[in-house]
Ligand binder design. Structure first.
Ligand code: NDP
Length: 399
């Protein structure tokens, strides 16, 4: 019996519920809980073949979470709410003796700071109780960590450099919209860039370095911008041969133009301002007026292409390998009513849960994805909807 409690009924939550319900051989019970119960009910109604229980919960409130976990008795809690809730949900898991999984690292609400220190600090407490927490089981972080581990295990003797490249070659036709939670997305994109080089983090202004990159499978050239992304922190810790790690993402000129204006006029601020006697956070207000990423599903066409170019040494010679996935927005929408950004996050979350529940990935404490056997994960990821492509060798430009 593998019963799970999924917290968060947004774009990613919808995909996770659909995919868990498809894997009946592993998941025998699903409870979906979120701040707004009607969103859970709407998702449950899309999946009549699998009985899904729904509940209301404020995941910032540990006693509420503890009461819900005690009532539902899951083996695992999947956190696909927001990064702000990671620690309260981990606290509730410790109090009730239940395993934990998430897709994004903890961020304090008032500082756009992305680091694993807060969650790694839970390692001993999870270990003492014989519990497992799997961090960052989405695509990036998540599958990109697994791809890097695969490069280190199978294609290279030593990985020296990685470029993680995330392309959304899709179009939703909206003047400005984000593909996942706008508040989290804009906090991430506007943060200073950091990359790893020769044992230290180098900080540069946000989105100040870019290149044109020619994507495979007919996607073609797109501009990629260097930014900080959390998986680099765990990868350089767990694969210490990595001397240089960079993360790149595509942005359209249109997206960047709007973002620049929003920043210049103060709409991306995360501190409180006084408005008509009330305190509001401009970025939270902006989220309320931007299109809901969930509404982009039926509008989005094109593909994503996310992967890792790993460079290093094989049999004494320098070599590179490009490991990636492409995913079609419209095919995702047909299958689970979501575009490919939510799909590529939700499928690995469901697969991470399958790894834990079947014991294929097991440990006591707090773990990142690269610490387990990558091939076991990818063998399940493909039939669940995300195939891995490998270009072994080749001549990708240094970035
Ligand atoms: P959404 O904003 O669409 O959904 C978030 C959900 O969490 C909403 O249902 C929201 O409820 C709920 N929620 C927020 N606060 C609380 C709370 N205090 N208590 C209970 N529920 C709460 O976000 P996404 O689905 O796009 O993203 C979900 C997560 O996935 C985020 O952490 C994001 O960073 C991560 N992500 C990871 C990626 C990866 O590749 N690793 C890529 C994309 C996203 P309500 O509807 O009431 O607001």
């Amino acid at each position: 019996m593998s019963k799970v409690l999924i917290i968060g009924a947004g774009g990613v939550g919808r995909v996770v519920v659909h995919k868990c319900a498809q894997a009946k051989e592993v998941f025998t019970g699903i409870t979906l809980a979120s701040r707004t119960k009607s969103k859970c009910d709407a998702i449950a109604a899309e999946i009549p073949h699998f009985p899904i229980k729904t509940a209301q919960v404020d995941a910032d409130n540990v006693p509420e979470l503890v009461a819900l976990i005690k009532q539902e008795q899951p083996q695992l809690v999947l956190n696909v709410a927001l990064p702000y809730q990671d620690l309260t949900i981990m606290d509730a898991c410790l109090e009730t003796g239940v395993d934990y999984l998430d897709t994004a690292n903890y961020e304090p609400l008032d500082t756009a700071k992305f680091e694993y220190s807060w969650q790694w600090a839970y390692h001993e407490r999870f270990k003492e109780q014989g519990l497992m927490a799997l961090l960052g089981s989405g695509f990036d972080p998540g599958v990109t960590n697994v791809y890097t581990a695969l490069a280190a295990q199978k294609y290279l003797d030593e990985v020296h450099e990685i470029d993680i490249i995330d392309a959304n070659a899709g179009d939703h036709g909206q003047p400005f919209a984000t593909n996942f939670n706008p508040e989290i997305n804009i906090r991430e994109v506007t943060a200073p860039c950091r990359h790893w080089q020769e044992g230290q983090w180098i900080e540069t202004p946000p989105l100040s370095t870019n290149h044109s990159f020619d994507f495979p499978e007919g996607i073609g050239p797109m501009n990629i911008y260097r930014m900080y992304h959390e998986e680099m922190e765990s990868l350089v810790k767990h694969i210490p041969t990595i001397k240089k790690a960079q993360f790149w993402m595509t942005f359209s000129d249109n997206y960047l133009k709007h973002l620049e204006v929003l920043q210049n006029i103060g709409m991306t601020r995360i501190d409180e301002v006084e408005y008509q006697g009330q305190k509001i956070v401009p970025l939270q207000f902006l989220k309320a007026v931007l299109p809901d990423p969930g509404s982009l599903g039926p509008l989005t066409k094109g593909r994503t292409c996310i992967g890792v170019i790993a460079r290093g040494i094989k049999d004494g010679k320098r070599k590179q390998v490009y490991i990636y996935n492409t995913c079609d927005h419209q095919a995702c929408y047909q299958e689970v009513n979501s575009q490919a950004i939510s799909y590529t996050t939700g499928v690995p979350a469901a697969v991470g849960a399958m790894m834990m529940l079947t014991g294929k990935w097991r440990g006591e404490g707090v773990f990142n994805m690269e610490q387990f056997d990558p091939e076991l994960f990818l063998d399940t990821l493909a039939p669940m909807g995300l195939k891995t492509k490998v270009i072994d060798g080749g001549d990708w430009p240094e970035l």
